[in-house]
Design a protein around this ligand. Structure first.
Ligand SMILES: [Zn+2]
Ligand SMILES: [Zn+2]
Length: 389
């Protein structure tokens, strides 16, 4: 796995903005970020991770020192941006060739960079918007990128024209030696309306939402820097406070979900969380693989109580509200971050979260452990108060 979870990246962001990370300090990064790695002792974390942290636009390198970017500064402040905002930004700012990799030079840049993640996301969105087809093989995306020669800035009509040839893309993508591309598409599928199922990416959006989001995606522009390290800083400077990447203003599904769930405040962070929980494909997949009918919190068997319905259960996403989904490079989106709960418990659990976050005056959990602990506490209260026991 060469890319990381979003919340690992926020740890890295805090680490690089708080202390100087140089080549020599191996133990420090392990401590500071909580990252574990099974590399041989001869491999320094620097060597292992620097490339990825550069690809994620968190650091550039100067005189053997990691220099935090504006992106690192923003991500290090919990709750100011969501996982979705960061990933959409990275989609717009990722270039081919990349200033994070060897081979970046002014010649390549002068010939015009391509935007592989812009291309990939727009391809997925165009397929939903135009064909209402939510399932796309990663290989198909890679093949389409290779064969089309598109830069990623083309409009919806151009993308739609690619769809006729989509049967030829998959084989081409399989033939390509594109580990990096596969990894980056899986990384991107931490976006709340995507999920990764093996080698497929599933896009859970209405045609209208897909069309709207497509129109909001624009590759980062402007003259590029000849020096790769400066280019990383230039790209990172486009990530402001997240206000330009407000992707969840759609009045259709998303806002009504917020209201329905009893979130009067409806902050961005919460909206992201709800989009994940309302991801219908994720829900279907979860119950296909876990055909439970019992609420994880109160143990009510909804099948027994409501025998005329298959189940009356929501899926609850245990991770920090803004952490996105977790993606395993082999298994795809991790379903173990989800638990089935009855709608009443679900609502009560979110009220419990609200109370906790208000008490600690934060907008979000700091990490997965805190989220798991508070979920366990809420569950403990529900079990204790069970009047049917
Ligand atoms: Zn329940
Ligand atoms: Zn929930």
């Amino acid at each position: 796995m060469s890319y990381f979870q979003y919340d690992v990246l926020t740890n890295v962001a805090r680490f690089v903005t708080n202390c100087e990370w140089t080549r020599s300090e191996s133990a420090l990064i392990r401590q500071g970020t909580g990252l574990e790695f099974a590399a041989p002792a001869t491999h320094s974390p620097w060597r292992n991770y620097l490339r990825i942290f550069k690809l994620c636009l968190l650091v550039s390198e100067k005189d053997q020192l990691a220099v935090p970017t504006p992106v690192a500064h923003i991500l290090s402040q919990t709750g100011t941006v969501t996982c979705d905002e960061y990933l959409h930004f990275l989609v717009e700012a990722t270039t081919d060739p990349s200033p994070a990799l060897t081979g970046w030079n002014a010649v390549a840049a002068g010939q015009g960079v391509r935007h592989p993640l812009c291309f990939s996301l727009k391809y997925l969105l165009a397929k939903v918007a135009g064909l209402n087809d939510p399932i796309t093989s990663i290989y198909e995306v890679i093949g389409a990128y290779t064969l089309s020669g598109f830069s990623g800035s083309e409009d919806d009509i151009a993308f739609l024209s690619l769809m006729d040839k989509r049967s030829t893309y998959e084989q081409r993508g399989k033939n390509a030696d594109a580990r990096q591309a596969r990894e980056s598409i899986k990384f991107m599928s931490q976006i709340s309306y995507l999920h990764c199922d093996g080698s497929n990416i599933v896009t859970s959006l209405s045609q209208e939402d897909a069309r709207n989001i497509f129109q909001d995606i624009h590759p980062v522009a402007g003259p590029v820097e000849n020096d790769g390290e400066l280019e990383i800083q230039r790209l990172a400077s486009f990530f402001k406070d997240g206000s330009e990447h407000e992707f969840f203003n759609y009045k259709t599904t998303i806002i009504s979900d917020v209201l329905e769930s009893g979130f009067s405040e409806g902050s961005k962070v919460k909206k992201t969380h709800i989009v994940i929980e309302r991801n219908s494909k994720l829900r279907t997949l979860f119950f296909e693989r876990n055909p439970a009918t019992i609420c994880d919190a109160c143990s009510m068997d909804t099948r027994k109580r409501y025998p005329w319905v298959k189940r009356v259960l929501d899926i609850h996403h245990i991770l920090p509200l803004a952490s996105g989904t977790r993606v395993d490079s082999r298994k795809g989106t991790l379903l173990e971050d989800l638990v089935p709960v009855c709608p009443t418990c679900h609502r009560a659990i979110h009220r419990y979260y609200d109370g906790h976050l208000k008490a600690v005056t934060r907008k979000d959990f700091l990490n997965q452990q805190e989220a798991r602990d508070i979920y366990a506490k809420a569950k403990g209260e529900i079990v204790k108060g069970d009047c049917h026991a």
